[in-house]
Design a protein around this ligand. Sequence first.
Ligand SMILES: Nc1ncnc2c1ncn2[C@@H]1O[C@H](COP(=O)(O)OP(=O)(O)OP(=O)(O)O)[C@@H](O)[C@H]1O
Ligand SMILES: [Mg+2]
Length: 210
Amino acid sequence: MLTTLVASSKGGCGKSTLVTQLASHWAQTGQHTAIIDADRQGSSFRWAGMRPDNVPGVLGLQGSRKALQKLPPDTRQVLIDSPAGSGEKELEPYLEQADVLLVPVLPSSFDLYATLGFIEELQSINRIRRGKLPVALVANRLKPWTHASQDAVTQLAEQSPFPIVAQLRDSQAYVLLGALGKGIFDYQSEQVRNQQEDWKPLLRWIKRQH
Ligand SMILES: Nc1ncnc2c1ncn2[C@@H]1O[C@H](COP(=O)(O)OP(=O)(O)OP(=O)(O)O)[C@@H](O)[C@H]1O
Ligand SMILES: [Mg+2]
């Protein structure tokens, strides 16, 4: 079983999007996938409950320390969604169980600086300091044709001790499919193929850690 924790102190950076898209990917590969939603907003919990019959199901659980014990034994992939503003104290129930930690970040200076503060906090966490919990950043909602997006990624890469393992573009596909309980991996159309490509380096990185 692989447990992926998605967290950031910053709101709206794409935590639930990352969780639900990765869940759709793993479910589509035939792996039993569960989401533990530790955010009271319940975005990814609701998403799991909305999945239509013609796509593989994802088990949604509301987050608590006990949720990890409620997972069926055949669960292969667990994704933990967390609320904005989480620090070590809030993430504590999950930090010991997680195999990887992903931090989404938007390409704006406000987001960049807030995230760099969060990254600093992460570096003081024991498991991370000892190299037991690999951390990676995911640049999200990029507009690759703009200088602002590319500058933000460059700045982040220069200042973060953790690698940027994917650059996901800004796309309405995430918004539209998310509202239907689906992800881009539930589709095999030309339109979403480019977006699927964006995830490959992230999926490879996760595989290498496990
Ligand atoms: N790559 C993307 N392209 C377009 N829209 C996106 C993308 N990623 C996220 N969004 C949209 O941005 C908004 C915030 O994303 P999301 O809910 O995943 O962030 P979050 O970090 O979970 O927020 P919160 O802190 O409130 O839990 C949502 O409306 C989502 O659909
Ligand atoms: Mg969320």
